[in-house]
Write a protein that binds this ligand. Structure first.
Ligand SMILES: [Zn+2]
Length: 484
């Protein structure tokens, strides 16, 4: 067989398996051969991975394209940034309401608009998780799964009390929904559960939850203000781990009542992860996945306040302290944490000047998805390379219905790879992220282990710090049948 490309001389990192010295033949964008050795003459093009590791490209399953900037522009710049982190597919959360397209209505009308704004603007492949915000949209869950290629949904536990002004009677102005509460969540879980059961032979269909409790946030913000706290410390105390813990349990109780598969997103603290572990144990028959983020693993708010990063590191849930992040690393080592994501939301410094409560939350991190895990996980804490490939590639692909097309190094899978130099050491900078965001809370963070090439469906997209490919990312319709 003739190949289009061969990846030679590298060590391939297989999720759930380990490191193998072998070579990969690529044809028509798919993996066509995995061999001890493949003769270089059998392809036009050879990627030389001598001295390097060949990982499956990451599936960054928590992303926010278009949240604070025009969708098409954001898709271009932020999917470009994803290439730097070895990401081949992004799964982006999208919803109606404030931010994004700043409107509400039926997804049958709005999603085609999002698709049109996305088309031709991604460097990576992409999918959408959809947050069902209104009662009318509940009736669109079936259409979203069966016609629109959406295999996952979202609910924000703390949006119930969210206002756009000091006037609490305008509570629905943010969500642009009448009853965005636990009742709505129960209805949504019921619909998602029905779809999960109906399509269980094809792929996992699930609901993701942002777990923070709005009533507790209200009183803890009052306390933080009374104590005169400032900066990220005030933010963390105002949205404490207890609020996450309570919210995780509420979500799990409703998941148990409805049978809905759930993903507990961005667990930031000891309390939140422990709550995730506890509800899994309480409801062993239910499908509960646990996610954490790069910044909750690697950053400490006390240090960020000290070194002047301050509110540039504002994010929901807040960045905690080392004590919490070490517990999250333990969770990774013990197998409790399923996925690690960037929760990438491009948010410029201009939006971080409105004080601790008024600045916009979120920042980018997709460009350092592999680097931070390789450096902080493998080099510093002895996490295996295969485990990292599971956390950022195989598990997100499996949890969100993309496996084995993505997140998998086997015959017939998409030829998506991140080639890594484990010895390359340099600080994280905003400029190398190739993002539209003009800062990073990771500025100056020393990292060892960087992606040198990102290959998507056989095409070299990123090569030694430069984008060399085109915006040929395609929308991946889910659920994808296994081995179809
Ligand atoms: Zn998010």
């Amino acid at each position: 067989m003739k190949f289009d490309s061969i990846i030679k001389n590298g060590t391939v990192v297989f999720p759930f398996h380990g490191e193998v010295k072998c070579e990969i033949g690529i044809k028509a964008g798919k993996i066509a051969a995995i061999c001890d050795e493949i003769d270089a003459n059998r392809a036009e093009n050879v990627f030389d991975a001598k001295g390097k590791y060949v990982f499956p490209a990451a599936v960054d399953s928590h992303f926010h394209v278009g949240i604070y900037r025009p969708h098409s522009e954001d898709a271009q710049s932020e999917s470009m940034s994803a290439l730097v982190g070895g990401v081949g597919t992004v799964i982006s959360y999208w919803r109606t309401g404030h931010h994004y397209l700043n409107k509400t209505g039926p997804y049958k009308e709005i999603l085609p608009e999002v698709m049109q704004l996305s088309d031709g603007n991604f460097y990576t492949d992409y999918c959408y998780h959809i947050a069902v915000m209104t009662a009318d949209q509940l009736d669109e869950v079936e259409w979203l799964v069966e016609n629109a290629g959406v295999g996952s949904f979202k609910f924000y536990m703390f949006y119930k009390a969210l206002t756009l002004s000091a006037d609490s009677t305008k509570g629905s102005a943010y969500t642009m929904a009448e009853n965005y509460d636990l009742g709505h969540l129960f209805e949504l879980m019921t619909r998602v559960s029905e779809m999960a059961e109906k399509h269980k032979d094809k792929a996992r269909i699930s609901l993701s939850l942002h777990c923070e409790n709005p009533e507790l946030i209200r009183v803890f913000i009052e306390r933080a203000n009374k104590q005169g706290l400032t900066g990220l410390k005030a933010y963390s105390e105002g949205r404490p781990p207890l609020s996450e813990k309570l919210s995780v349990h509420e979500a799990a109780i409703l998941a148990d009542a409805t049978g809905c598969p759930i993903n507990l997103l961005h667990l930031s603290s000891r309390d939140a992860l422990q709550a995730g572990i506890d509800v899994r144990r309480t409801y062993p028959n239910h499908d509960i996945k646990l996610e954490t983020t790069l910044h909750h693993l690697a950053l400490d708010h006390e240090e960020l306040d000290r070194n002047g990063i301050g509110l540039k590191g504002k994010v929901n849930p807040p960045i905690r302290t080392k004590e919490h992040s070490e517990f999250l690393w333990e969770g990774i080592k013990r197998g409790h944490v399923d996925t690690v994501v960037s929760d990438h939301a491009c948010c410029g410094e201009e939006h971080k000047q409105q004080g601790v409560w008024g600045s916009l939350p979120g920042f980018g991190g997709t460009s350092i998805l592999y680097p931070v895990l390789l450096s902080e996980g493998c080099h510093k804490r002895g996490v295996s390379l295969a485990r990292v490939a599971e956390l950022v590639s195989a598990n997100p692909a499996r949890n969100f219905g993309l496996f084995p097309r993505k997140g998998c190094i086997s015959i017939g899978a998409d030829a998506d790879f991140a080639i890594v130099d484990m010895n390359l050491e340099k600080p994280i900078t905003a400029s190398e992220a190739l993002s539209a965001q003009d800062h990073t809370p990771f500025e100056g963070f020393m990292t060892k282990g960087w992606v040198t090439q990102t290959i998507i469906r056989g095409n070299l997209q990123f090569d030694n710090g430069k984008v060399v490919g085109e915006k040929q990312g395609t929308f991946i319709k889910r659920p994808i049948a296994l081995h179809s």
